[in-house]
Design a protein around this ligand. Structure first.
Ligand SMILES: Cc1ncc(COP(=O)(O)O)c(C=O)c1O
Length: 516
C-alpha cells in the first residue's frame, strides 16, 4: 500500500552516521523543504525517516524525466535560435576583457540554479565569436550544425572510446570515418585515429618518427634532428620541444618565392648535419602553410626522405582535405609515413576533430603501447581486442567520430567537395579584387584559400584594429617577408560572394577612417 505522506524537513536535520539522506533533503537542507514520500516510492506508514533514508539508493544529481525533457527542449531551442540569428551577429562581439571577467567570474553556487542556468547561453553567445560567413581569421572551420548535433548526441552516449571493449559501436564508427578521411585524400592504405587537432596529431607523428629512427621510450631521448620549412606551423617546434628533441635541432629550411620548402636547401642541410655527425630522423613537409597556404613539393621531399632513410611527416592540418576538391594539386600525400589533418578546419566540423593518419601500425604500437594489466583485453578476436590507446596518446577519448559520421553522411561527399571548391573560388576572387584595387597589395600567391594583403599607404595594424571594431568582417594578421599582412582564410561553408566583396570594401572603409 502506498500512502502519500508529506514530511516537513527543518534546517539542520540530523540524519545520523552512515545514513544517506533522501533526495530533496540534503539539497535544500538550509531551508524548510517539503518532500513527498510518494516521490520516494515507499510505503511510509511504518517507516521512520531514518529507516526511509537507509532504504533508498540516492541520486544527488538526479533530474526528473519532466525536468530533463524541458532542459533538453530549452537547449535545442537555444541552439536553433542561435543558428537562426547567426548571420545577423557581428563578426566579432563588442566586448572587452574586463567585461567578460565581470560577467563570467563568479563563485560556484552551493545550491543548484536548476534550469535557470540555461539562460546563461544567451549572454555567453553575445560575448562569443560567432561562426558567421564573415569570419576569416586563422584557419577556423565554420562549425557545421549537424556535426554539432552529433557532438551533443556523443556526449549523451558518453562513450569512452579507449578501445572496442569500452565502446564497441563508437570504435567501429571511428575506424570507418578515419577510413573515409584517408580515402578522400588518396591515402586509402593508411590507418589512424582521431585526436583533438593538428597540434596533437603532429606531436604523435613526431613521437612515432623518433621511435622509428632513434628509439627513446626506454632509454630517453638522444640528440637527433628534424627538418621543416621556415613557414612551418608553431605546433612543430612545440612538438620537438616536448619530445626532448629540442627546438635548436629543428632545422628551418628556406623557402622559394612561393613559400615552398626548397628541396636543394633541405638536401644541403641534411648533408651538413651528417657531416657534423648529427642524427637526422625526420622531415616535416607542409600542405597548406598557416600564413599563405603554400604546398611543399612532396615528390622531391619524399625522394630525399627515402634516399636519406628519414621519416616523412606531412602537416596537412590546414590543406590536406583540399584534396577532395583539388586532387591534382595535392598529389603525393600518400608518400608520407604519417599525415596530420583537421576535420575541424576544412571539413567544417565543430572543434575538436583532428586526425593522425599513418602507414605504420606496428610503430604506432611501439611508440604508444605501454599498458597495465587493468586494461588488458580478454578477447582473442582482433576486432574486439583493438585498443586506440595502444596506438595513440590518449586513454580516455571522446566519441569524436559521431559528428563526422552524421555530418558527412547527412550532406554526402559531393556537398563537401563543392563547399571546399567554393572556398577556393572565394579566395581567388579576393585575390583578384585585391590585385585590381589601387590602394591594396597582394603579399603572397594564393595556392589554397589563405589571402595575405595590405593597404599600400596606411598603418595596417591600425587598419586591422579599425576593421575589427567595425564588426562586419573578421580578418587575422600575419607577417609576410617582414611586412604586416591582413589575412583572410576561407574554410567557411557559410561565406557568400557578397561576404568576399565585403572584405575589400571594409578594409578600404577602415583605411578611410584612419588619419594619415
Ligand atoms: C598547418 C597547420 N598545422 C597545425 C595546426 C594546428 O592545428 P590545431 O589548431 O588543430 O591544433 C594548424 C592550425 O591552424 C595549421 O594551420
Amino acid at each position: 500500500m502506498r500512502r502519500k505522506v508529506v514530511y516537513e524537513m527543518r534546517p539542520r536535520v540530523e540524519l545520523g552516521a552512515g545514513v544517506d539522506a533522501p533526495r530533496g533533503v540534503v539539497r535544500r537542507v538550509d531551508r524548510p523543504t517539503f518532500v513527498s514520500a510518494d516521490v520516494l516510492k515507499f510505503d511510509t506508514t511504518s517507516l521512520t525517516l531514518e529507516g526511509l533514508c537507509r532504504g533508498v539508493a540516492m541520486n544527488f544529481l538526479g533530474i526528473s524525466d519532466r525536468d530533463l525533457s524541458q532542459a533538453a527542449d530549452d537547449a535545442i531551442g537555444l541552439a536553433k535560435s542561435y543558428w537562426a540569428t547567426l548571420e545577423g551577429r557581428p563578426s566579432y562581439p563588442s566586448t572587452s576583457g574586463q567585461q567578460t571577467t565581470e560577467l563570467f567570474s563568479r563563485p560556484w553556487p552551493e545550491t543548484g540554479r536548476g534550469q535557470d542556468v540555461l539562460r546563461d547561453f544567451t549572454l555567453i553567445a553575445e560575448h562569443a565569436r560567432p561562426s558567421t560567413g564573415r569570419f576569416f581569421g586563422y584557419v577556423v572551420g565554420s562549425g557545421e550544425p549537424i556535426g554539432a548535433l552529433g557532438e551533443f548526441l556523443a556526449a549523451v552516449l558518453n562513450q569512452n572510446v579507449t578501445s572496442w571493449r569500452s565502446a564497441p559501436a563508437a570504435a567501429a564508427v571511428e575506424q570507418t570515418v578515419v577510413r573515409w578521411l584517408a580515402e578522400a585524400i588518396g591515402c586509402a592504405e593508411f590507418t589512424g585515429s582521431l585526436c583533438g587537432g593538428g597540434s596533437a596529431a603532429n606531436l604523435m607523428a613526431l613521437a612515432m618518427a623518433r621511435e622509428a629512427k632513434s628509439p627513446a621510450n626506454d632509454t630517453g631521448a638522444r640528440p637527433c634532428v628534424v627538418y621543416a620549412s621556415e613557414q612551418v606551423h608553431m605546433s612543430i617546434p612545440k612538438a620537438v620541444a616536448l619530445l626532448g628533441i629540442g627546438r635548436n635541432n629543428l632545422r628551418l629550411i628556406p623557402v622559394d618565392d612561393q613559400f615552398r620548402m626548397r628541396p636543394d636547401a633541405l638536401q644541403a642541410a641534411i648533408a651538413a648535419d651528417r657531416e657534423a655527425g648529427n642524427n637526422p630522423i625526420a622531415i616535416v613537409a607542409t600542405v597548406g602553410t598557416i600564413v599563405s597556404g603554400a604546398i611543399d613539393p612532396l615528390h622531391e621531399i619524399s625522394d630525399i626522405a627515402r634516399s636519406e632513410e628519414l621519416w616523412l611527416h606531412i602537416d596537412g592540418a590546414y590543406g590536406a582535405l583540399a584534396a577532395l576538391a583539388l586532387p591534382e594539386k595535392l598529389q603525393g600525400l600518400a608518400l608520407a609515413d604519417s599525415l596530420a589533418l583537421d576535420a575541424h578546419k576544412w571539413l567544417y566540423q565543430p572543434i575538436d576533430c583532428g586526425c593522425l593518419l599513418h602507414r605504420h601500425p606496428g610503430i604506432a604500437r611501439t611508440t604508444f603501447s605501454h599498458s597495465d594489466d587493468y586494461v588488458r583485453t580478454m578477447s582473442e578476436d582482433p576486432i574486439e581486442a583493438f585498443a586506440f590507446f595502444e596506438e595513440s596518446v590518449e586513454l580516455s577519448r571522446r566519441f569524436r567520430a559521431l559528428k563526422l559520421w552524421m555530418s558527412l553522411q547527412y550532406h554526402g561527399r559531393r556537398a563537401f567537395r563543392e563547399a571546399i571548391a567554393q572556398d577556393l573560388r572565394h579566395a581567388q576572387l579576393l585575390g583578384e579584387r585585391v590585385r585590381s584595387h589601387p590602394e591594396l597589395e597582394l603579399l603572397a600567391p594564393v595556392p589554397l584559400s589563405a589571402v595575405c594583403f595590405r593597404h599600400r599607404t596606411k598603418d595596417n595594424q591600425a587598419l586591422l584594429r579599425r576593421l575589427t571594431a567595425r564588426g562586419r568582417v573578421y580578418l587575422s594578421n600575419a607577417t609576410v617577408r617582414g611586412q604586416f599582412a591582413l589575412r583572410a582564410c576561407f574554410v567557411n561553408h557559410r561565406t557568400t560572394e557578397e561576404d568576399v566583396h565585403a572584405i575589400v570594401s571594409e578594409a578600404v572603409a577602415a583605411a578611410d577612417e584612419l588619419n594619415g
